[in-house]
Design a protein. Structure first.
Length: 348
């Protein structure tokens, strides 16, 4: 469990991350600041492009706060992007209709010297958000885990089969390890910058952890995450870390046991009973409503929310989705979710 010094935390999210079980789970949603909100789309149009939005402290703070004003989540997650790390390493980054685009790495060892100063606007956005958040609302910072960031850097964007990056990792593991180490070093600097500016929790997104074999998962997910978590905790021992190894399946257990994270985020495919019996006895869990159910709404959503809460209410638990909120999600469905989560859990 997360170590907390001094007085017990009063923010519900921090209480759960310290090991408490609450009758009303704290909640937030991955990608809660985004395209499903008309006010976000207005700011996005004003910014001109996505990278500019991420690196404009005033606008990034505004979109971070928008869902809190509407729905009063228990946490705000900083509006930023995991691919600012490769950009800081000198890789060209743009966002198009079909997602992020980077110039694929031709030579892994030729990754540039990091430009940490380029990330300073993110710290200013953190300071602005902290100044405006309600007292009970926690602020979450984040970064991509090294494996997931490496997939984008080598593939040049998202991938269906991760052929390029896995070929590099299998063909020359020493060279690939050097890339992972470079990514890890900048990621640590990025997270420290966020914590120093005021974030209270950090989440590591390993969105493509499920692409690896068990041996690859150990080498490229567990080991780098363990080192990164240890380095961050050496600097900030009281800042909880949530790990999200999407698609890990049965390897969630090893991830929870070996990486040192304080809580684990569950993807949609993780059965609540497995999470309760095999993970929650070790650490707090977070998740894992299917984002499509939030689009559908109605009785399908209400029933699923009740089922997840009933399964996980006996231990420390944060309500979230199993992945990011979908752009077509009606805001009124999120408002209904907020009402449902304001009610005490009735476990069965």
């Amino acid at each position: 469990m997360a170590r907390m010094s001094g007085r017990a935390p009063i923010k519900p999210l921090l209480r759960v991350l310290a090991g408490e079980s609450l009758n009303r789970p704290p909640w937030w949603l991955m990608r809660q600041a985004g395209r499903y909100l008309p006010e976000y789309r207005a700011v996005r149009a004003k910014a001109g492009d996505f990278v500019t939005l991420c690196l404009n402290p005033e606008l990034a703070a505004e979109v971070t706060l928008q869902p809190i004003r509407r729905f009063s989540m228990d946490a705000a997650i900083l509006f930023s992007d995991i691919l600012l790390v490769p950009r800081a390493l000198g890789q060209r980054l743009s966002f198009e209709n079909d997602g992020p685009k980077l110039e694929p790495l031709a030579n892994i060892v030729a990754v540039g010297k990091p430009d940490i100063a380029m990330l300073e606007p993110v710290a200013e956005a953190v300071r602005r958000v902290r100044a405006e958040l309600p007292d009970r609302t926690a602020l979450i910072g984040f970064a991509g885990a090294p494996w997931t960031v490496a997939t984008y850097m080598v593939e040049g964007g998202t991938s269906r089969d991760f052929h390029r990056v896995k070929t590099r990792a299998y063909r020359d593991p020493s060279e690939f390890s050097a890339l992972i180490e470079r990514i890890s070093a900048v990621t640590l600097d990025f997270l420290c910058l966020q914590v120093e500016a005021g974030v209270e929790v950090v989440q590591l997104f390993d969105s493509w952890a499920g692409a690896l074999s068990p041996a690859g998962f150990e080498r490229w997910v567990i080991d780098p995450t363990k080192r990164l978590v240890a380095a961050l905790k050496a600097r900030f021992p009281d800042v909880p870390i949530i790990g999200f190894p999407r698609g890990a399946g049965l390897l969630y257990e090893r991830y929870a046991a070996e990486t040192g994270v304080d809580a684990v985020g569950l993807d949609t495919a993780v059965p609540p009973g497995f999470a309760r019996d095999r993970l929650q006895s070790r650490l707090p869990v977070q998740g894992n409503l299917d984002p499509v159910l939030l689009v559908v709404g109605g009785e399908a959503m209400r029933s699923a929310v009740a089922d997840v809460r009933a399964a996980l209410s006996s231990g420390p638990y944060i309500f979230n989705l199993g992945h990011g909120i979908l752009p077509e999600t009606p805001p009124e469905h999120v408002a209904e979710l907020a009402r449902l989560l304001s009610e005490p859990t009735h476990a069965t």
